[in-house]
Design a protein around this ligand. Sequence first.
Ligand code: NAP
Length: 262
Amino acid sequence: MKFNVRSRGDHDSNVLTQRVKSYLQEFDLEYDEEEPEIVISIGGDGTLLEAFHQYAHRLDETSFVGVHTGHLGFYADWQPDEVEKLVIHIAKTPFKIVEYPLLEVMIRYTNDQETERYLALNECTVKSMEGSLVMDIEIKGEQFETFRGDGLCLSTPSGSTAYNKALGGAILHPSLASIQLAEMASINNRVYRTIGSPVVLPEHHTCLLKPKNDVDFQVTVDHLTHVQKKVKSIQVRVADEQVRFARFRPFPFWKRVKESFI
Ligand code: NAP
């Protein structure tokens, strides 16, 4: 089996990365950065987000597992003192795959020629580079509201514990293939009105954001930031692709939530 190990880049993660790499090579596994079947991410959830984006073009062939060298993570759930056990599991046992939903973000531009497509593991956020964000929001082809405020966050279920949670969004179990739309400081008065609470859309519903003015936008996809000009619309839906995590033992989602937050 081909593998890659990705480090957060700090001293402890780098040392552990070298250990995992040499243990796996001792078991005759092949180190391959181009086409790994399994990627071991060593650091935190942010490190796993980076690993995911590195291999987002081959999600059918690559599985991920995370070791946390800081605090407990949602995607990084193995501890540094367990890496020998993890290596033996990877080398000796066929692993179970757990799949989590992703978001597909399609940005269309006013010239109608180009579109950009991104996959998000946590979320996509949209903010205006100039003044308030003003967007028409369509849900499943119907005008829902005109949003005016700081920004919008559209998250996956596994991303619901990240930025979405800080915005007062609900925590969703990753088995619920869905999009959660959360507001960032909406303006609500006699002129402007939004729903004011997070909204969860099912798998087959599409959310379309249409700018009301010709300004530049800051669009983030997980840890990546893009400045977008001349945007006609931003369409978000549950992606056809899923991310695959290698599971060697049960670690229930609600246990991770409890251990992280309570
Ligand atoms: P960062 O700003 O360095 O760290 C963001 C924090 O979010 C880290 O503690 C990270 O955990 C944690 N995190 C990432 N994914 C998570 C998840 N699914 N559930 C719970 N916590 C999670 O940025 P980064 O490491 O590059 O990560 C990018 C993410 O930061 C974005 O996807 C967004 O969700 C989050 N973010 C949050 C806020 C906010 O809460 N106000 C604002 C901006 C961005 P680790 O320490 O284990 O890496």
